[in-house]
Design a binder for this molecule. Structure first.
Ligand code: GAP
Length: 475
């Protein structure tokens, strides 16, 4: 019986994918570092995301992490970006209020803090750590604030795009739709950081704000793609295509449906399993303060569903409030109509996507060998090159091949340490799709052994064929 989650955490630390930050000082919950392999993996995912949106003519910005107070006053984050929390007066443990409800088997979700206080009294809610009565229930703002001046670490990269709307619109030659994007860090003072990359205090977001004329919420035609599980908030479940969901009004807005479909496509393209992915619509109580509709892409990690991408219809909420509170008008003119654009936002959490991909691609071969079945396009290394033994002539030939391959693709790894079986196992564990071994026969006929991670099949190939114009597509 494998324990997937703890196995992933163990491999991630040992092999340099990710590990808890600042561990030499005892570790601080909610912070994780990416190691050498994790950095490559993360960058590969972000590159695919970015290129996919460049395909839709997205324009990108890179704006500060620290944001002045007026921005978040206007956006509603100071007043409303909070979680309901509870602190145990006895042991001082802090929890999200939801956690307390689950621990106490209470199946009701309060709509606001007053209802939460009432629930705590009515059900005599107890602390999950020491079983004392919970009597301190409060709203907890999730933003980090600097101490001596009024700056906040941004909880989403989105506001950096909204405040720049007018400049971007001019840059886009005054045309809508305008697809604005940003890759960067988000910061949230999570009450209960947990499960490694799932709930971090500092995390990686890739966000798109797609600006539309509210009278023309159309971007591109929906295309036929695979069926997927869809859970609208009316209690039904469907296994249909996104296109069909739009035609049947399950996803009512066509532009919104386009970004759901695109998200499904991107996630599958980087290796997410369609059967372990679904889209779930938020209930009205669950939506963020800015959203009129939201669907989450959720991935199955072990046996639980986690949000990895949030897709929200932010309407004109953000631009309107910046129009009212800043020195810039966010109104534009289209055919003599003065409008404030509507926004659809697919917001990708890269850390959760990484954890979902690792968990979905991990398996044990013969109950012994750990394998990460990562897609070629995101694997930290595409190919590993080995000499069969540490003999000078084999090493020289293997290094020659390695250097020649590096001219075509930088994601090539060289290893001469340990038995060949151990070296294969090491590469399987970090998801390298191909291994190439140079042996004595190579000296005679210029062929090498290519070994495939997923089938363990081995075949002889000529070096010239590997290095041919096709790059490594012949493998
Ligand atoms: N701008 C909209 C926004 O930030 P969100 O649903 O709060 O929406 C988007 O966040 C994505 O960011 C989530 O789907 C999740 O993948 C990721 N995310 C949010 N909070 C996170 C946290 N504390 N740790 C790791 N990832 C997080």
């Amino acid at each position: 019986m494998i324990n997937m989650y703890s196995d992933i955490i163990e491999i991630a630390k040992r092999r340099g994918i990710f590990w808890p930050s600042f561990s030499i000082y005892g570790g601080f919950s909610g912070f994780y570092d990416y190691g050498p392999l994790g950095t490559l993996l993360k960058d590969n995912i972000i590159k695919i995301w970015k290129e996919s949106y460049l395909n839709d003519d997205a324009v990108f910005v890179d704006t500060p992490n620290l944001t002045p107070e007026p921005v978040f006053k206007a956006s509603g984050h100071i007043a409303r970006f909070s979680d309901m929390a509870a602190e145990c007066k006895n042991c001082k443990s802090k929890f999200k209020f939801e956690t307390i409800l689950v621990y106490n088997n209470v199946n009701k979700m309060p709509k606001n803090i007053d209802e939460a206080v009432e629930l705590a009294k009515e059900f005599k809610l107890k602390c999950p750590v020491c079983d004392s009565l919970i009597d301190n229930v409060y709203n907890f703002n999730l933003m980090f604030k600097t101490e001596n001046n009024d700056l906040y670490l941004r909880p989403e990269t989105a506001q950096g795009i909204f405040v720049n709307f007018k400049l971007l619109y001019n840059y886009n030659r005054n045309k809508l739709p305008l697809i604005g994007g940003q890759i960067g860090k988000g910061f949230r003072n999570e009450i209960a950081p947990r499960q490694s990359l799932i709930r971090l205090k500092e995390f990686n977001q890739c966000e798109i704000e797609a600006f539309f004329d509210p009278d023309n919420l159309y971007f591109k035609d929906l295309y036929e793609y695979k069926k997927i599980n869809l859970k609208p908030n009316d209690g039904n479940e469907y296994y249909i295509t996104v296109k069909e969901a739009a035609e049947r009004d399950i996803i009512s807005n066509k532009a919104f449906a386009y970004f759901v479909l695109k998200t499904q496509y991107i996630l599958e393209n980087i290796g997410m399993n369609n059967e372990r992915l679904r889209f779930r619509q938020h209930s009205p109580d669950e939506r963020a303060h800015y959203a009129a509709d939201s669907w989450d892409a959720e991935a199955l990690i072990d046996n639980d569903w986690f949000e990895i991408v949030g897709i929200a219809n932010r309407t004109d909420f953000d631009l309107k409030t910046h129009d009212e509170n800043s020195n810039e008008s966010m109104k534009i003119k289209i055919d003599n109509r003065e409008i404030i654009p509507y926004v659809i936002e697919p917001s990708y959490g890269i850390d959760r996507i990484i954890l979902a991909l690792l968990s979905q691609s991990y398996y044990e071969r013969n109950n012994k060998f750990k394998v990460l079945k990562l897609n070629y396009n995101i694997a930290p290394y595409h190919i590993a090159v080995f000499p069969l033994m540490r003999k000078d002539e084999l090493k020289a030939q293997a290094l020659k091949l390695y250097n020649a391959m590096k001219k075509v693709d930088k994601y090539i790894y060289y290893d001469e340490t340990g038995s060949i079986g151990k070296r294969y196992a090491r590469q399987d564990e970090i998801g390298t799709p191909y291994c190439i071994t140079v042996d004595y026969r190579t000296m005679e006929d210029n062929t090498v052994t290519v070994r495939y991670r997923d089938t363990m099949e081995q075949r002889r190939m000529e070096i010239d064929e590997i290095l041919s114009e096709n790059g490594f597509k012949n493998l």
